[in-house]
Design a protein around this ligand. Structure first.
Ligand code: AMP
Length: 249
């Protein structure tokens, strides 16, 4: 079984994101970038399937600038076998990413494409669903548990208010939820070994995909600041403040 894992390079989740002065987007210059956390979960799950003898090959693919090679190398250090970088310097929206991934899927013929449920930069939560639609493949999104057997995947999905289990015929698309696993840290020897693993570079035009943005960002704004709270001395004072100051009673 071959697994394709798309991994996106995003601002590291520990970084406090700053909006650019002109509101055109967020500051990315000199900011630490890392693999999207949901994609780390996808790589981890794929590697576990390989360790269990279920998967035979894991291919990590990233669409982004030349530096997205580092994101692919991280996936290779975690245990992926080879990488594909589809180089694109500007923003690539989910539909264009899905079209690029469709072209890669047609060439690589994986049994499973394992994506993150969303990229934490734009919070789109669209790419996996769009790819499933473009390929006409079944999809199991927000996977909190995955079992593979007899040419099918049983996916337990985290949905509002509970869990839903679906059975998909392979090939299929699965997107990862936080609870699926705890991704490993790559060891120094595996980081060194990853430097020698194959990494191929392509570009979107070679794959026949036009990545021109369809959306225009009109404004990016910081969330409004919360005002400081006050400590009240008694329940009576709280009720009084809720009536006279907050006006909610
Ligand atoms: P999104 O729909 O943008 O929230 O992204 C959902 C998932 O699609 C991510 O977790 C990745 O697995 C994949 N993905 C999105 N954009 C890219 C990209 N530029 N390169 C590789 N994978 C991507």
């Amino acid at each position: 079984m071959k697994i394709l894992v798309p991994v996106k390079r995003v601002i590291d989740y520990n970084v406090k994101v700053r909006v650019k002065a002109d509101g055109s987007g967020v500051e990315t210059a000199n900011v630490k970038m890392s693999m999207n956390p949901f994609d780390e979960i996808a790589v981890e799950e794929a590697v576990r399937l390989k360790e269990a003898g279920t998967a035979t090959e894991i291919v990590a693919v990233s669409i982004g600038p030349a530096q997205a090679q580092d994101t692919i190398r991280t996936a290779l250090a975690m245990g992926a076998d080879r990488g594909i970088l589809v180089q694109a310097d500007g923003p690539v929206e989910p539909l264009a990413v899905a079209k690029i991934l469709k072209a890669i899927v047609e060439a690589e013929k994986p049994d499973l494409v394992f994506l993150g449920k969303q990229a934490i930069d734009d919070d789109a939560n669209q790419t996996g669903q769009m790819l499933a639609a473009l390929l006409g493949w079944p999809q199991g999104t927000f996977a909190a548990k995955l079992e593979l057997a007899d040419g099918s995947a049983t996916v337990t999905r985290e949905v509002d208010g509970g869990l839903q289990t679906v059975k998909l015929r392979l090939p299929a698309i699965v997107t990862t939820e936080l609870g699926l696993n705890q991704p490993r840290y790559a060891s120094l020897p595996s980081i060194m070994k990853a430097k020698k693993k194959p990494l191929e570079t392509k570009n979107a035009a070679d794959l026949g995909v036009d990545v021109t943005p369809r959306l225009e960002i009109i404004e990016t704004r910081e969330p409004s600041r919360r005002t400081a709270g006050v400590r009240v001395g008694s329940v009576g004072e709280l009720v009084d403040k809720l009536k006279s100051e907050a006006g909610v009673l």
